[in-house]
Design a protein around this ligand. Structure first.
Ligand code: URA
Ligand code: ZN
Length: 382
């Protein structure tokens, strides 16, 4: 049994994305990434998001056959498909979020109105299925700070909003930028946790020319670039003292924190042995990475394997800080069979299986699969 178990406590998916139709329209109008483009002979338009996909996008323009990006299927925009996916996998409640790269690329004057419209779209989708859908709002990060603060105050009164989804770029200089502290404080004071999600990965040069030529598909940027990006972003926040400066900030890390559970010890040791930091970050005068992990950080359980999940449980001080997710509509089955996307997804099964193996099938299982999300995100259910 690799699907969430029927008849138990409610199952909640906290890592699940959508692109509302008006967002897809924006992508269709663009000629640099992120973009959506049709290619001759391909049934679905292609969604090209990542820097790592740019070399193939350029060669596809010269007529080579390997297409960049991924097919933009109806799973990305259709509410019907989201509910169908939930029903197929016995998911009771989904906390949906706009997928990457959110509104990060919008010119300053477009960001605020777009955020309003996107968040209104998510609100109305949730209202169609009350008790089954909640959402993490998108923020207009390129807008002037007063508009950004205005947005935070308005989303906090939306009945189905339970936090915000954020990439690692912050206001342009990352999440350790002192200029973003008022935003973190406003989110914390509004009791809106951040769902921190990667997009930018690592520079293409680290993946080499064969990856750029498309030989390895998306494996290196998605399996390694994404988790390293998250790890680096959180380490920078920690080094900048963000968690001490905004002690009521709560942050949910995508993909079980990237590699943070595995590397927390090394990060601690490097701080301890850094001659430059020795006065500024004295032991005893600061909280350790471990302490921050077990007080202000939550991890999703989207790690696809037992060993990684075990590390996540241990690093966050127990399974109460872990929450199940699927990353739908990314990672669909790729067997090539007609209609397979409407059936069970192996990517979901891998995560459920890891939870069962690490936690068992008792009360803690019910917590990770849904109960923890109920309390962390103040869900109400039907
Ligand atoms: N998962 C995501 O959420 N985004 C991507 O771009 C790829 C996988
Ligand atoms: Zn995701």
């Amino acid at each position: 049994e690799s699907q969430p178990l029927k008849g138990k406590a409610k199952v909640v998916d906290i890592h699940t994305h959508m692109y509302p139709p008006e967002y897809v329209k924006v992508l269709e109008s663009r000629n640099i990434i992120p973009l959506v483009r049709k290619f001759p002979g391909a049934p679905d338009p292609r969604l090209v998001l990542l820097d790592a996909e740019v070399p193939l996008l350029e060669s596809a323009q010269q007529g080579t056959s390997v297409l960049p990006g991924r097919p933009l299927t109806r799973h990305f925009s259709s509410l019907y498909q989201k509910i169908h996916f939930m029903d197929t996998h016995h998911i009771d409640i989904s906390v949906v979020s706009l997928a990457n790269p959110w509104l990060d690329f919008l010119p300053s004057d477009q960001a605020f109105p777009s955020a309003k419209s996107i968040n209104a779209s998510f609100s109305s989708m949730c209202a169609v299925h009350p008790g089954r859908l909640y959402f993490f709002a998108a923020l207009p990060l390129t807008a002037p700070t007063p508009q950004l603060l205005d947005c935070i105050s308005s989303i906090s009164s939306l009945p189905y909003c339970r936090g915000v989804i954020l990439g690692t770029s912050g206001l342009g200089s990352g999440l350790d930028d002192p200029a973003i502290l008022p935003i973190f404080s406003a989110l914390a004071d509004a009791d809106l946790p951040i769902f921190l999600h990667p997009h930018y990965g690592l520079p293409n040069s680290v993946f080499g020319p064969r990856s750029a030529a498309g030989e390895y598909g998306h494996v290196l940027p998605l399996a390694l670039g994404f988790p390293m990006e998250t790890t680096i972003a959180v380490a920078r926040m920690f080094l900048a003292g963000v968690f001490d400066k905004v002690p009521n900030l709560r942050i949910i890390l995508a993909h079980s924190g990237g590699t943070l559970p595995f590397l927390a010890g090394r990060i601690e040791s490097c701080i301890m042995h850094d001659g430059h930091l020795v006065n500024g970050m004295k032991k005893g005068a600061r909280r350790t990475v471990w302490e921050v992990l077990s007080t202000q950080v939550y991890l999703d359980a989207v790690v696809y394997g037992e060993v990684g999940l075990k590390a996540a449980v241990e690093a966050s001080g127990g399974s109460e800080r872990l929450m199940f997710g699927t990353d739908h509509p990314f990672f669909p089955p790729v067997g090539g069979e007609e209609g397979e996307e409407d059936g069970e997804w192996e990517s979901v099964g891998l995560n459920v299986k890891a939870v069962v193996k690490v936690i068992g099938e008792g009360e803690e299982y019910e917590g990770v699969m849904g109960g923890n999300a109920f309390s962390v995100l103040r869900l109400e259910g039907e």
